[in-house]
Design a protein around this ligand. Structure first.
Ligand SMILES: *[C@@H]1O[C@H](CO)[C@@H](O)[C@H](O)[C@H]1NC(C)=O
Length: 435
């Protein structure tokens, strides 16, 4: 986790104005500044006009008929854009036959006049060259589309990021957002995305922002552990997102959940290598919206730095995290399987010692089993200024097999409500419990 420099104040103001048109005044920069914000290209989300959908029934369009070569060397971006334009004008299906389609940055922009389906049987490939892009922009972008279906059939979106990771010097400079995010979904409503894999992204793999009622199924994320800032799936300022079924191997958080996320379900996700499944970081910037109603369940987390965690910055403006459930999760050799960290401060980019004002309440952590790679398996560090309330632990069995002895819990500013069998023993007071 590296601190990122934000865009200039002037740019932020512009982004706020653009964002408000689609997201009711949400903050410009979730996820501690590394969060990809909106691109400039945002128009209001408009549901398909009822009349337009009825009259317009587009047929099926083959990208090869629009001029795509699929030979892995020709830039097929213009052909994809041409097919999209036609489909978007009436609704219809774009088919992508088998092949390797090299595309430079592409934007599939709505609103469209009828439902559009992208049916893929081939793979997309980005140029490997490292070119600085506008902050927070993406390689493949889907913007402001309603009733959209992406049927990947296993299609790979290969960002060819290995050169970019070597060039990524954000640990030194504090700016990492000038590399493209692999796939961005911005302002989608009532849509279904399934059967795609994001591979070797230059920066984040998949970013979901300002979306409403979108389901993601059968998603693959694939990058080596040493890839930098390659968060798997980031969700922010979105309502009613379902992520059901994902296999995520990457160099940063597998799933990260930013401000303004409500009514999110994450299920059947396999994570590792990576940094785990995280809510946050939150509280780095003003005007962050609450995170409410998040369910993470039936996941397997393996060989990762963390398991499930909530992280907020010290010295933060007020914020809210409530109604969170982490349930039925298997940990296999995970650094810190259960972690609340309200003193999250990577690289010292915070006002350490000033308590976080992000309020955590109604969090249930239930049926978590497996192995912890370190002795402190359950670590609950809440804010001194705004202690956590109503945090429930139930049926936890986390084993540590190390020379340091069995697993323990550590906590501060929290009195968890405990039920069922808990290994390690919970701490009820500030301090460390267990043998
Ligand atoms: C949510 O989106 C799906 C398409 O994925 C659609 O079938 C469903 O009707 C939508 N639900 C609502 C409440 O609009």
């Amino acid at each position: 986790m590296v601190g990122f420099r934000r865009a200039s104040g002037v740019l932020i103001v512009v982004l706020v104005v653009m964002t408000t048109t689609i997201a009711n005044g949400t903050a410009p920069d979730p996820k501690g500044g590394k969060e990809p914000g909106p691109t400039g290209a945002t128009a209001p989300v408009t549901a398909t006009a009822p009349g337009a959908a009825l009259g317009a029934k587009g047929g099926s369009l083959d990208v090869k008929a629009s001029g795509a070569k699929g030979d892995g060397t020709t830039d097929d971006g213009p052909a994809f854009m041409a097919a999209w334009k036609t489909a978007c004008e009436a609704g219809g299906t774009i088919t992508v036959p088998k092949g390797e389609y090299l595309v430079n940055s592409v934007e599939f922009l709505g609103p469209c006049k009828g439902p559009v389906t992208l049916e893929m049987h081939g793979n997309l490939k980005a140029p490997a060259t490292v070119k600085a892009v506008k902050e927070h922009s993406g390689w493949v972008n889907f913007d402001n589309v309603a009733d959209f279906t992406l049927n990947g059939n296993g299609a790979i979106f290969d960002g060819q990021g290995s050169l970019a990771w070597k060039a990524n010097d954000c640990a030194k400079t504090g700016t990492c957002n000038s590399l493209p995010i692999n796939i961005r979904f911005t302002g989608l409503t009532n849509s279904l995305i399934k059967g795609i894999t994001s591979k070797n992204s230059k920066l984040f793999h998949v970013n979901i922002l300002n979306c409403k009622n979108v389901t993601f199924e059968g998603i693959g994320i694939d990058a080596p552990p040493e890839s930098l800032n390659t968060d798997g799936i980031h969700i922010g300022r979105s309502i009613g997102i379902k992520l059901n079924g994902a296999k995520i191997k990457t160099g940063d958080d597998c799933v990260s959940i930013g401000d303004g996320t409500e009514d999110l379900t994450v299920e059947n996700v396999e994570c590792g290598p990576g940094h785990g499944i995280a809510i946050g970081s939150l509280g780095r910037y003003p005007n962050e919206q609450p995170v409410k109603g998040v369910i993470v369940r039936k996941c397997i987390i393996k060989n990762t730095m963390n398991g499930v965690r909530i992280k907020t910055w010290p010295g933060s403006p007020p914020g809210i995290v409530s109604n969170i459930l982490f349930e039925d999760i298997t940990m296999d050799n995970v650094g810190t399987p259960v972690l609340i960290d309200q003193e999250y401060c990577p690289y010292g980019h915070c006002k350490a010692g000033v308590p976080s004002k992000v309020k955590l309440s109604d969090v249930t952590i239930k049926n978590i089993k497996g192995t912890s790679a370190t002795k402190v398996a359950v670590k609950l560090i809440c804010s001194k200024g705004t202690p956590c309330t109503n945090i429930a632990l139930a049926d936890i069995n986390l084993v540590h097999n190390g020379k340091e002895g069995p697993a323990v819990s550590a906590c501060s500013n929290i009195k968890p409500i405990t039920t069922g069998k808990l290994i390690p023993a919970p701490c009820t007071e500030v301090g460390v419990s267990g043998p």
